[in-house]
Structure formats: structure tokens, C-alpha cells
Design a binder for this molecule. Structure first.
Ligand SMILES: Cc1ncc(COP(=O)(O)O)c(C=O)c1O
Length: 359
């Protein structure tokens, strides 16, 4: 993919460098660092090409989320799946507390309920697969129902990435990304993005970005664009690892359940209870006990360690973000950590919550 590269010319760099500028000589399109940046434009061209729309970068996935939720008219109804990223639910709850919108929570596994709720909505917010339950919903059918109601259809495509799923082609109006995850892919960047084909909406979220100051640093965008160049390879390898691990771990006596939608690199392993799951995450050696996901390294965490995670998520559910390590090494690591939960051995750091923030 050449999108986002400078035009080929003798001695031109192959990649757009990070431009560190808070201001620009007057008279052009950029003017000031909060309004635009050449490194942003290169990333936006590349992710826009992958999602099939026009992209705007944001300071984080949650900054992108806030820009999109700002489009809801005062008192409007937002339909959202019960299982979804905790930070998105927290933003919605705070807006509801202030009387700015009404939330309707629906079960991802009840398509009739989603379609019925969409009929009265101003905005429908979908994650598919959902975080961390890994349920999959029919984006095309929900988009049709949302549009029939005149609602904006938004898909958080962080888990699937544009390599596996292109929501705008399925009928969605807006795609949101935590570029922190698979897109940047190396656990060294916090960044977000909005992609859409709706010019008026893009103008509004761009104005939101400028005026709320929801802007990413040029170095972050440079690193995310570098990550984006290997997204397809990383997703291919991580997905293949995940599929093999699910196959090999099926029937493991330490596990109560394995949740995997059949695609992507996120697998939820369900252990019998919180204490056993905490012993498991404390016993891995190659994988790392850490929040977040979508990186080259395998990370895992018990999601209910965060206060505020949906009570319908099992206490013993450990979300594993499978990386690109050798699958045999990963299998050995997970197997031996699962085995240690059976004989009660504990190693490494404990599994308690960190700051208590809604990660
Ligand atoms: C599905 C999903 N959406 C959005 C976010 C928020 O992104 P960020 O942490 O970049 O603000 C996250 C973060 O974990 C996420 O998992």
C-alpha cells in the first residue's frame, strides 16, 4: 500500500517524517498545530484508504469516541451493546448523568432487540467482536435499521481492524479506532481515529478536534503510520496463532470455556473463578500480564479486575491478546500457567486492579 507516502522523486524520503511544528508561516492551509500537521495527513490518507473513507486522527481512541458522541443531539437516544469497551460505556454514562443523552443497552446475542432499539435511536454504537465477550453482530442488518430510523451507525473497529472487516462497506456511517491497539501495534503509542464518507460529519468532528484540543503528537502519528505498514502481516500471524491456540487449548481441564469468534487475535479464556484466573495471569512467563491489546507481544488480563466491567462478564474471564511470537512457545507458556492453577502454584506479580481507572 503506497497511500500516505510522499510522491516518488529523486532524493525524496520514502516515508513522511514527523513534523514538529506548533505553528506555520501564515497564508497556507495549516496555520497552527492544533488545526493540521503533515504527519497527520499521511496517516489519515493511509488509514482512510484501508477503511474506504476519509480519516481524522485523534489524541486517543476515547478522544475519537468523544468527538463522535458529541454528534448526538441533546436528549437523543444512543443504542449500545451491553458488552463493550468500558471507557466508551463510562463516557456514555457520564453524558447520560448530565441529561445530554439516553442510553439503551442491548444484548449483542439478541438481534431482534438490537433492531427494535435502533428504531428509536439517534446513534447506534456497535463493537464487533465485542470487548471482551467476543460476540459478533450483523453490522449490515443493524446499519439498515439505524438508517431507517435516521440514526448514525458507528462501529468501533479496533478489534477486527480494516484487514478483517470494513464497516463502511457494510453500511456503517462512521468507524472509530483505538489506534493504540493493532494499528500502531507495538505498545508504544496512544492514539485514535475516526473514518467516514460523510463530509458534513467529518467537518464537525474535525472542528471538535481543533476546538477541544483532542490532537495527537506528531511522533505518535509517525509511529502509528509505521505500525500500519505491517498491520496486514501482524494480523495474519496473530490470527493464525490465535486459531492454533484455540484448537490446542480446547479441552484443557483448567478451562471452563474458551470464547473465540473464529477470526482475529483476541481470545477470551474462562477459568472457573477470579482467584484461579489471577493465579493463571500471574504464572505466565512469555505472555505479559498487562491491559490493552493488539500488540506484537501477547498480553492478557482478567477483565473483571477493573471495577465497572459488565457484571455479566464471568469473574474468571481472561482476555488474551495473542501476539506474533512462535505459536509453540505461546502454547507451552499458556499450558504451563494453566497447569499451575490446578496444583495451586503461584508465581510473578498479583492480579489485582491497578489505578481503578476505566481502562
Ligand atoms: C474497543 C476499544 N475501543 C476504544 C478504546 C479506547 O482507546 P484508547 O485507550 O486509545 O483511548 C479501547 C481501549 O482499550 C478499546 O479496547
Amino acid at each position: 500500500m503506497s497511500a500516505g507516502r510522499p510522491p516518488a522523486a529523486a532524493d525524496s524520503p520514502l516515508n513522511v517524517p514527523p513534523t514538529f511544528a506548533s505553528t506555520y508561516t501564515a497564508g497556507g492551509d495549516l496555520e497552527y498545530g492544533r488545526f493540521g500537521n503533515p504527519t497527520w495527513s499521511a496517516f489519515e490518507e493511509a488509514l482512510g484508504a484501508l477503511e474506504g473513507g476519509t480519516c481524522r486522527v485523534f489524541a486517543s481512541g476515547l478522544a475519537a469516541t468523544a468527538a463522535v458522541l458529541d454528534q448526538v443531539p441533546t436528549g437523543g437516544t444512543v443504542v449500545v451493546l451491553e458488552h463493550g469497551y468500558l471507557g466508551t460505556h463510562t463516557q456514555l454514562a457520564r453524558l447520560e448523568e448530565r441529561g445530554l443523552l439516553r442510553r439503551v443497552l442491548v444484548d449483542a446475542l439478541d438481534p431482534e432487540a438490537i433492531l427494535a432499539a435502533a428504531a428509536g435511536a439517534s446513534l447506534v454504537w456497535i463493537e464487533s467482536p465485542t470487548n471482551p465477550a467476543l460476540e459478533v453482530v450483523d453490522i449490515a442488518a443493524i446499519s439498515r435499521a439505524a438508517h431507517a430510523a435516521g440514526a448514525l451507525m458507528v462501529v468501533d473497529n479496533t478489534f477486527a481492524t480494516p484487514i478483517l472487516q470494513q464497516p463502511l462497506d457494510l453500511g456503517a456511517d462512521v468507524v472509530v479506532h483505538s489506534a493504540t491497539k493493532f494499528i500502531a501495534g507495538h505498545s508504544d503509542v496512544v492514539m485514535g481515529a475516526v473514518v467516514s464518507r460523510d463530509e458534513q460529519l467529518l467537518a464537525r468532528v474535525t472542528a471538535y478536534r481543533s476546538i477541544q484540543g483532542a490532537t495527537p503528537g506528531p511522533m505518535e502519528v509517525f509511529l502509528a503510520l509505521r505500525g500500519l505498514r505491517t498491520l496486514a502481516l501482524r494480523v495474519e500471524r496473530a490470527q493464525s496463532n490465535a486459531q492454533q491456540l484455540v484448537e490446542r487449548l480446547t479441552g484443557n481441564v483448567a478451562l471452563a470455556d474458551i470464547r473465540y469468534p473464529g477470526f482475529g487475535a483476541i481470545v477470551s479464556l474462562v477459568l472457573p473463578d477470579a482467584a484461579t484466573a489471577d493465579r493463571f495471569v500471574a504464572s505466565v512467563r512469555l505472555a505479559r500480564h498487562a491491559t490493552s491489546l493488539g500488540s506484537v507481544e501477547t498480553t492478557l488480563e482478567r477483565r473483571r479486575r477493573w471495577p465497572g466491567e459488565a457484571p455479566t462478564i464471568p469473574e474468571g474471564l481472561v482476555r488474551v491478546s495473542v501476539g506474533i511470537e512462535h505459536v509453540d512457545d505461546l502454547f507451552d507458556d499458556l499450558c504451563s500457567a494453566l497447569g499451575s492453577t490446578l496444583d495451586g502454584a503461584v508465581g510473578g506479580a498479583g492480579g489485582g486492579a491497578g489505578s481503578g481507572a476505566p481502562y
